[in-house]
Design a protein around this ligand. Structure first.
Ligand code: IVH
Length: 702
């Protein structure tokens, strides 16, 4: 090619980009190609050459840039400008009518149009455009924070890198669903199987796996597609309806789902749902229902959201797929706290997109009610398309003469000790403190993500380590570094995995005290309460000392408390009630648990000591407040924040432990309770003076 001046090169590059982007749209979005593959290739190569000669002409919307980002080590976090919501759901016409009624009542409008769209079974994605150019794409994540998958999204040919039309808003965020077409999925999986690679269980998982490749050339090799269905943030004045949004999206070059339709009443929504059910087998993508949206955007705005779900939309889900299979055996799982839970071992069966071979049966009552026995033919579904469930007996089930009703065992299947009924007999528990099944569950819990988060120390490895006597209780985990050679000798462990494991264990030694306490597996104590307990004790040493004291005093009944009582101290913690306090005390009183704490300390577990707030010096030290009504000087939250900063505690309701009730305008029942219970009331000005250091006189308060 003859060298061009940079001005004419720039012009030519822009022309080529436009031609290719348009051709792309016609081919991938509108499925109406306007040129042959060979023509496309020729233009593409010309652009590539031009860009190689004039790198300054490279633009992010160039079709040559769909692949090309270097592999990354991880995805950056993206905070969504507005949360990516989920959807409530309905399963039949009655539930749909209830949804419709709620909407009508809320906005006081009887008739409103409804946009009916297929609910695509893929992954939600948010894509941002600036001046019509794709700048960022993120996964949904937890709805608030997602992962930056821009490089991967750019490889999806039906997603425009530059938008068409001269009315594109300068800043635009669209949302939609990325999916793996079913036919392509089958082909792709067959290829993987041939290459000896692991196959994906369903198109949804493979879409998710493909989008989360760190190397975008890998994503580019997979035929992902996307339907875009919404604009997030304020929409331009031109748009008044969801159906209008879909048309605008289409006009800007996005691939929208062609099936969408507007219904003007519930009958029409019902027809749409029936049509979707009928069309489902013919579609080359998975759908799991119909999304029902109030069409009018102004009404949508008035309706708003409840929690994470918009009031203005719901998903009418298809009934869960049900299949029948043989219930081979009813087995028993022993949990961390010794509870015995029956579960079904099934002849593996593919249902709702995955192979299911086990399902929980909850308890003996459920089994009796469904009349399930080993050997029965049963119906299985995935509840909410996630948790496998045994629905009941299959109608064609036949029993042999040896069929026996199920009985809960009276001995623990793991340790053979006698079990005891608990909580009104619904739960049956193994109370053997040395039960191996409980020990293993506790070790799993300790190492899990929500607790000490020790990477690589999962269920399988824990079972092996326990069986081979490497670990008995959680403190032994931190002693494993002394057995390096023996660990390497374990089947399939190898040097690298042992190194990694020991590194992960070492790294977890400085996890927070709250995580450590969570990991101990004290009954009823979840991570939030563990946090409160941790803030109370502040250090592992204090926890040990308290446990030591609990051990010394354990023979004296709590009623005779002439001694510093642990429960009493725990009950003083805002948010901790008697169940938790008792449970912590019970745990600490066991000498074996005290030993675990000591061993953790001896093996170098060092949660950072939580800073000691010198509460004693603070103005509100030891005082407990309730704030109610509307304050003039600050919001209720701010007032509560100030109280806490000054060492005070804030309770949601008035009790005998409340020292002051701060009362603003329109206070409601809490002020009444204060009067009834003789708790001093502080008016806002008194409270302000108190904040300023002026302690109220006792009889000054109401
Ligand atoms: S609307 C505010 N429309 O379903 C509403 N969502 O269960 C949520 N989905 O996270 C988005 N097809 O990933 C909407 N036509 C459609 C959809 C759709 C699939 C997904 C989406 C969302 C999930 C909610």
């Amino acid at each position: 090619m003859i060298a061009m001046t940079s001005k004419s090169a720039a012009k030519r590059a822009a022309e080529l980009r436009d031609t290719l982007n348009r051709a792309n749209r016609l081919y991938y979005v509108e499925q109406a190609p306007d040129m042959s593959d060979a023509e496309w290739d020729a233009i593409f190569r010309e652009l590539q050459t031009l860009e190689a000669e004039h790198p300054e002409l490279l633009t992010p919307d160039s079709p040559t840039q769909r692949v090309g980002a270097p592999p990354s080590d991880g995805f950056a976090e993206v905070i969504h400008p507005s949360p990516m919501l989920s959807l409530g759901n309905v399963f039949d016409r009655q539930e749909l009518a209830a949804w419709h009624k709620r909407v009508s009542v809320y906005v006081e409008v009887d008739q409103f149009d409804i946009s009916c769209e297929l609910k695509i079974d893929g992954l939600a994605i948010a894509i941002r455009y600036q001046n019509g150019v794709l700048v960022q794409a993120a996964t949904r994540g937890d709805g608030i924070r997602g992962e930056d998958v821009t490089a991967n999204i750019r490889t999806i040919k039906s997603i425009p890198l530059r938008l068409a039309g001269d009315d594109v808003p300068p800043a635009l965020e669209v949302r939609g669903e990325v999916f793996f077409p079913v036919s392509a999925f089958e082909e792709f999986n067959a290829q993987r199987a041939e290459q000896g690679l692991q196959t994906y269980v369903n198109p949804r998982n493979s879409a998710s796996g493909s989008l989360r490749q760190l190397d975008s050339t890998e994503t580019a090799a997979r035929p992902l597609e996307a339907f875009i269905y919404s604009i997030s943030g304020p929409v331009s004045g031109m748009l008044q309806t969801q159906s209008g949004v879909l048309s605008a999206l289409k006009h800007w070059g996005f691939k929208t789902n062609p099936w969408s339709r507007v219904a003007s009443n519930l009958d029409e929504v019902g027809q749409a749902f029936d049509a979707a059910s009928a069309d489902r087998p013919e579609l080359d993508y998975g759908i799991d229902g119909v999304v029902i949206k109030v069409d009018d955007l102004a009404l949508q705005a008035r309706l708003g959201t409840v929690g994470r779900d918009p009031r203005w939309a719901t998903a009418w889900k298809f009934p869960a797929e049900q299949v029948s299979t043989t219930l081979k055996e009813i087995a028993i799982n022993v949990g961390r706290t010794g509870s015995l839970t029956p579960y079904a071992i099934l002849d593996p069966v593919f249902v709702g997109g995955v192979t299911v071979s086990q399902a929980t049966l909850h308890n003996a009552d459920v089994i009796a009610e469904k009349d399930l026995r080993a050997g029965d033919l049963v119906i299985v579904q995935r509840a909410g398309d996630v948790i496998p469930q045994v629905v009941g007996l299959a109608p064609e089930n036949k029993r042999g003469s040896d069929s026996q009703p199920f009985d809960m065992p009276d001995r623990c299947p793991a340790c053979d000790s006698a079990v005891v009924p608990d909580e009104e007999d619904v739960v049956i528990r193994c109370v053997n403190g040395r039960c191996p099944a409980q020990a293993v569950r506790l070790l799993e819990h300790f190492a899990s993500r929500g607790a000490m988060d020790i990477e690589g120390l999962g269920e399988k490895l824990i079972a092996v380590l326990y069986r081979n006597d490497f670990v008995g209780d959680v403190s032994d985990i931190f002693d494993l570094s002394g057995s390096r050679e023996d660990l390497i000798a374990i089947d399939r462990m190898g040097e690298t995995s042992v190194e990694n494991l020991l590194k992960a264990i070492d790294g977890s030694k400085t996890q927070s005290l709250a995580r450590l306490i969570t990991g101990l597996g004290i009954s009823h104590l979840g991570s939030e309460n563990a946090e409160l307990i941790a803030n109370h004790f502040r250090s592992l040493k204090a926890l040990i000392n308290s446990s030591l004291r609990a051990n010394i005093w354990r023979h004296i009944p709590i009623e005779d408390k002439g001694h510093p009582n642990l429960v009493k101290g725990l009950l003083g913690i805002e948010g901790i009630g008697p169940t938790i306090a008792d449970s912590v005390q019970d745990w600490m009183q066991l000498t074996s648990n005290l030993r675990i704490l000591k061993n953790l300390d001896a093996h170098g577990v060092k949660p950072p000591v939580l800073e000691k707030r010198d509460d004693g010096d603070l103005l509100f030290a030891g005082l407990r407040f309730v704030v109610t009504g509307r304050l003039d000087s600050f919001s209720r939250q701010e007032a509560q924040g100030r109280i806490k900063e000054l060492g005070g505690a804030v309770s949601p309701s008035v009790s005998g432990k409340t020292d002051y009730v701060v009362v603003g305008a329109d206070p409601g029942s809490k002020a009444d309770s204060a009067i009834r219970m003789n708790v001093p009331i502080l008016e806002e000005d008194q409270f302000l003076r108190f904040l300023g250091g002026e302690v109220p006189d006792v009889d000054e308060t109401a």
